[in-house]
Design a protein around this ligand. Structure first.
Ligand SMILES: Nc1ncnc2c1ncn2[C@@H]1O[C@H](COP(=O)(O)OP(=O)(O)O)[C@@H](O)[C@H]1O
Ligand SMILES: [Mg+2]
Length: 379
């Protein structure tokens, strides 16, 4: 059975282990490689047995507890989707960004177990087949709506999941990221990449390694240098970055020009930021027409309402009507936290991960990268 899904189960309660064995005995879709009761042995076994999916009991006892093991598997870079088995009294939320790709609550039937394992494998396989990194461009036809703040924090949130993440400062003229991160004037930019044959090793010298764990390709340090970036060079750079990284996030300025269109074309997802004000909504509608004319599929664009809680009396229905759909994502106002962290050049998602605005960004990170996180890591 070459298509059998190889499953490794980590379970220390003999009755549950026995139950799972029994359920899997009567089917052929899944091959049970082993049932391990000692969490310390799992990483070694996973390397040896190469499972497609690992099922971990959240309540595993012993030297390594269940959720510690899930975190360890995630950190280890063993890129296998993990399903967490739990009981209703101990709820666990799926969060691919922390290595919890799926959750299976007890009690479950054989059918539920098998479909859950198949889904986890499927999501991983699809992302693997896509190949290369996922690229998300944060865009808006308006300045000041939060693009740079969101792009930076989103990239850091995704980077926290262990995915190799690069952020491109596509604000080529003003290089917002330089200001935000207070990088020295002489820090290299994408203009320092060779234009003819760029290689992976060239990236080493040019990327800014931010303490937040992500790498950043900075914009040129002066306005007039932006013109020197050609679409051709940019496309080459993007294709290299997509081979080296697992996730590429791009911050953009509020313009529609060749360079910005090169970013938008190359993206899997355009995350378009909207705020509750009439001129922004108007520009968003104009942009929606332009995207239709270009021929982008509607699913390529996902709308994000920033400062979603400050409606300023705006009726949310107006925006949904104008867009023809409810915006997919929302980020609440971060108030003083955003001002302080932006001024310090640090991401709020790390400074205060439990703040509402940070939780919003983590949610968007797992919705955007979601299932594919597992498979993206598999590369
Ligand atoms: N959700 C938010 N809550 C509070 N302040 C925000 C939020 N999003 C953005 N800001 C603030 O708005 C300003 C503009 O944000 P910025 O990311 O530079 O926008 P853009 O890149 O679209 O021009 C910044 O001062 C930023 O701190
Ligand atoms: Mg900006």
């Amino acid at each position: 059975m070459p298509d059998q899904i190889r499953l490794l189960v980590v379970e220390d309660v003999p009755q549950v282990a026995q139950y799972i064995r029994g359920l899997l005995n009567s089917q052929t879709a899944i091959k049970l490689l082993d049932v391990v009761s000692d969490g310390t042995k799992v990483i070694g076994l996973a390397q040896e047995l190469r499972p497609d999916v690992i099922l971990v009991d959240a309540l595993l006892q012993g030297r390594i507890k269940g959720m510690q093991l899930v975190a360890k598997l995630h950190e280890s870079g063993i890129s296998v989707p993990v399903i967490v088995l739990t009981v209703p009294q101990h709820p666990v939320q799926p969060n691919p960004a922390t290595g919890i790709h799926s959750v299976l609550p007890m009690p479950f039937t054989g059918y539920e177990l098998v479909t859950r394992v198949q889904q986890a494998r499927q999501v991983a396989a699809e992302a693997e087949a896509q190949g290369g990194a996922r690229m998300v461009t944060v865009f808006a036809p308006k300045g000041g709506v939060g693009k740079t703040t969101i792009a930076f924090n989103l990239a850091v949130a995704i980077g926290q999941s262990g995915l190799r993440t690069v952020l491109i400062d596509g604000s080529l003229q003003f290089g917002d990221m330089r200001a935000l991160l207070k990088v020295p004037m002489d820090a290299p930019s994408l203009l320092d990449l060779p234009t003819d044959r760029i290689q992976e090793s060239d990236l080493e010298d040019v990327l800014w390694r931010d303490p937040s764990g992500i790498d950043i390709l900075l914009a040129p340090p002066r306005v007039e240098l932006a013109e020197m970036v050609t679409v051709r060079d940019l496309e080459k750079t993007l294709s290299l970055l997509r081979r080296v990284y697992q996730v590429v996030i791009v911050d953009t300025p509020a313009v529609v020009n060749d360079v910005n269109l090169a970013f938008l074309d190359a993206s899997d997802t355009i995350l378009e930021v909207v705020t509750w004000d009439s001129t922004t909504i108007h520009s968003t509608m104009v942009m929606a027409d332009a995207f239709r004319a270009i021929g982008y599929p509607p699913g390529k664009i996902r709308y994000l309402v920033n400062r979603s809680d400050s409606t300023g009396g705006f009726d949310p229905g107006v925006l949904a009507n104008a867009l023809g759909r409810t915006p997919e994502h929302a980020i609440s106002s971060g108030g003083a936290l955003v001002v302080r962290t932006n001024n310090e050049g640090i991401p709020f998602v790390l400074a205060d991960p439990s703040a509402q605005i940070s939780r919003d960004v983590f949610d968007i990170a797992s919705e955007l990268i979601g299932g594919p996180v597992a498979a993206a890591v598999r590369r």
